[in-house]
Structure formats: C-alpha cells, structure tokens
Design a protein around this ligand. Structure first.
Ligand code: HEC
Length: 197
C-alpha cells in the first residue's frame, strides 16, 4: 500500500463520518422532539423533588400548627390510629411473605448485618435512625421520635411521603391489611415483642 492509498482510505473514512453527522443533524431538525408534560413511566423512588416539596407544603398548609409530620404523628396516640384495630387480627404468616420485599434491603434477625437498609431487629418501638454504624439519610437521621405502630404504618405505606428525602426507595404497600400483617411479623423479631395497641 503506498502513501497515496492510505490518504484515500483516511479521506473516505472522514467523509463518511461527516456525512453521518450531517444526516443526524438534519434528522434532528426535521423531527422536533416535544417535551412531555409528565413522565409516562415513573420509576419507584424517583419522584420529582419539586412534586414532593409541593406535597409537603400542602400538608403543612393544611395543618399549620402541626408541621409537616404533624398529621401522621397526631394519629400515633395509642388506639387512635388506623393500624390498631387491625393488628390483633393480623396474619403473621402473610406478613412473612410480604416481608420478602423488604429482605432485598433489610435483615431482621438479632445481630444481622445492614444491607442497603439497616437491620430491623426489634424495630417496633425503637428510636428512628438508631444504628450508629449505618449511614442514614439526613432526612431520617433528623426526623426524631420512635417507630410506633402508626409510624411504621405511615412509613411502609409511602416512605417518601412520610419522610421526604428518605433513601428508602420502596414504592410502599398500598393495602392497610397488608401493612398490618407485615408489622405483626416485624413485631415478632424481638426478645420481648411490644404489646399490641
Ligand atoms: C430498596 C431497598 C429497600 C427496601 C425494598 C426496603 N427498605 Fe427499608 N430502608 C432502606 C433504606 C436505604 C433505609 C434507610 C433510609 C434512610 O436513611 O433514609 C431504610 C430504612 C427503613 C426503616 C427505618 C429503620 C431505622 O433504623 O430507623 C424501616 C423501619 C424500614 N426501612 C422498613 C422497611 C420495610 C418494613 C420494608 C418492606 C416493606 C422495607 N423497609 C423495604 C431500604 C429499603
């Protein structure tokens, strides 16, 4: 191959790159992409921060005296929340099946390791963000209070609504009965399970 041939090959290559680029640009001009008003698909845990903030603001506006977590905390008084009447009749067996969803990120046994989420041994009634060797989100670390039955109910229903900014990317269990079953199962992971409300 002589030098001239090499120059021809390189020239042909550059030419095709140019042509592809030009076609691409022309294509972009001809087909204008319109921005969607809303995402067609929403991926679990990736709600737009603006929307979450708006929701929090609305909640705060509805109950100004209680603050963003006010309404949920208010329901935490013993016997007053929606969870209380369901727990007594809850099925630990069904809770065990539901807990497989959590086991992706959590262990339940005493001394179990943290995974993506912290170990959940004896979590019912425990302080929120109690493990020093787990790095919680600022949101959960600063929220305060403990994991009573109603707090767990609200969190498992919609983690990002109960604690905006939490790193627990879990869509939530929609059905109240399912949450009761699950929490009844969580309760068994303790040396002395909490009394039912
Ligand atoms: C995709 C992973 C993932 C799944 C699935 C998941 N979690 Fe979590 N969970 C986390 C992470 C991460 C945190 C820490 C959140 C933070 O720091 O904001 C957490 C925190 C928690 C906490 C707070 C613990 C503490 O020490 O304060 C509880 C309670 C909890 N999860 C319960 C559950 C339950 C019950 C389920 C199943 C219904 C579940 N999680 C499913 C990742 C997950």
């Amino acid at each position: 191959m002589n030098r001239f041939e090499i120059i021809k090959i390189v020239g042909a290559f550059l030419m095709s790159v140019l042509i592809i680029t030009v076609i691409g640009q022309v294509g972009n001009l001809l087909v204008e992409a319109e921005e969607l008003e809303e995402n067609v698909y929403t991926v679990a845990g990736t709600e737009e921060p603006a929307a979450a903030e708006e929701a929090a603001a609305e909640e705060a506006a509805a109950e100004p005296a209680l603050g963003p977590t006010g309404p949920l905390e208010a329901a935490a008084e013993p016997g007053l929340g929606p969870m209380a009447p369901l727990l007594a009749a809850a099925s630990v067996e069904s809770g065990k099946k539901l807990a497989r969803k959590c086991a992706l990120c959590h262990t339940f046994k005493k001394g179990g390791p943290h995974k993506i989420g912290p170990n959940l041994w004896d979590v019912v009634g425990a302080d929120k963000a109690r493990w020093e060797n787990f790095s919680y989100s600022a949101a959960l670390a600063s929220v305060g209070g403990s994991w009573g039955y109603e707090e767990l109910n609200s969190f498992v229903a919609k983690p990002g609504t109960y604690i905006p900014g939490t790193r627990m990317t879990f869509n939530g269990l929609k059905k109240l009965e399912d949450r009761a079953d699950l929490i009844a199962y969580l309760r068994t992971f303790s040396d002395s399970p909490r009394p039912l409300p």
